[in-house]
Design a protein around this ligand. Structure first.
Ligand code: MN
Ligand code: FE
Length: 334
């Protein structure tokens, strides 16, 4: 029995559960339920329509982040449903993946809601992934990582194909949701700290809270596959992953410099570089790879940001019980 390629999962027999951490993330997702319409956009609309409330650079920052996230969310959702769900056969993991897929639909809806309320041009927002170089570079990078496994004849049959699948998981969970989302989160939450576009800021905070769970689930999934298939985690494969993460850091820094040039919102370029590096080190640690940058978090408010009344942020939380299996205590009250 394993978390992937277990042919005896048909029909999905969810009890007794084997991976209680997956159940915990499912419960966490439910506890965090929200919809974009819960957040008032009144002040955002006033500021967006005013000629003095926002500088041209701030408008550029907002549009670029809406452009990146509007299509990145659906790219992630597609990978989740078309690839991850297909190969992760364990039922409690699939239950969480279904929950995550719903959350990606909520996130996609958030950007529809933002475009509608602010009266943005959808042609402009939804084509940025093709027309804005710093966005295109990030999207192409994750899509490229996963080309081979999108081939319908792809199956996980040996070490090499298991590595390819883990490569995909790292591409979407660690790089896309874990690195490429975070400069944008920092910018939009920083804007909110300056009392600008507070409604969108709140929505980004809810999205970040969801993404912190997606990322934590993804890392536990990756670590479980590694634990169950230790032969895949070769030095060569580890070096390849580290190399990908370094490239992702460079792309994310380019994005941050374009969207939030030096000094905007009181943030220096150096702080943004260090923030992205700090985030990347946390992701490396989470999948048991050596850290690369060793810099302090220049935005400590980012990890405290989610003092919302609902579920805590998993951003800084390390889950170590990857292999705690076999519990029959499925009537868990958490
Ligand atoms: Mn999302
Ligand atoms: Fe996500």
């Amino acid at each position: 029995m394993g978390i992937i390629r277990d042919s005896k999962t048909d029909p999905n027999k969810i009890l007794p559960m084997h991976y209680m951490w997956a159940r915990k993330y499912y419960k966490g997702g439910i506890a965090n339920n929200w919809t974009p319409e819960e957040v008032s956009m009144q002040r955002d609309v006033e500021q967006w329509k005013s000629s003095t409330a926002l500088t041209p650079q701030e408008r550029h920052l907002i549009l670029l982040n809406l452009g990146f996230f509007s299509t990145a969310e659906s790219l992630t959702a597609n990978n989740l449903v078309l690839t991850v769900y297909r190969h992760v056969t364990n039922p409690e993991c699939r239950q969480y993946i279904l929950r995550q897929a719903f959350e990606e639909a909520v996130h996609t809806d958030t950007f529809i809601y933002c475009c509608d309320t602010l009266g943005l041009n959808p042609e402009e927002i939804y084509t940025m992934y093709e027309n804005v170089d710093v966005i295109k570079a990030k999207d192409e990078f994750v899509v490229d990582l996963t080309k081979s496994i999108l081939d319908p004849s792809f199956d996980i049959v040996d070490i090499k194909t298991t590595q390819q699948f883990v490569h995909d998981l790292i591409g979407y969970y660690v790089i896309m949701e874990g690195i490429f989302f975070y400069a944008g989160f920092a910018m939009m939450l920083s804007l909110r700290r300056h009392n600008k576009m507070v409604g969108i800021g709140q929505q980004f905070e809810y999205i970040m809270r969801d993404e912190s769970l997606h990322l934590a689930f993804g890392c536990d999934l990756i670590n479980t596959i590694k634990a169950e298939n230790p032969e895949i985690w070769t030095h060569e494969f580890q070096a390849e992953i580290v190399c990908l993460i370094k490239k992702a850091v460079d792309l994310e820094i380019d994005y941050a410099m374009n969207a939030c040039p030096d000094g905007l919102l009181g943030i220096t370029s150096r702080q943004f570089v260090e923030y992205v590096q700090h985030i990347a080190d946390r992701r490396l640690e989470r999948i048991d790879l050596p850290t690369l940058y060793h810099v302090e978090n220049p935005f400590p408010w980012m990890s405290q940001s989610t003092d919302l009344s609902k579920e805590k942020n998993f951003f800084e939380t390390r889950v170590t019980e990857y292999q705690t299996a076999g519990s029959l205590d499925w009537d868990d009250k958490d």
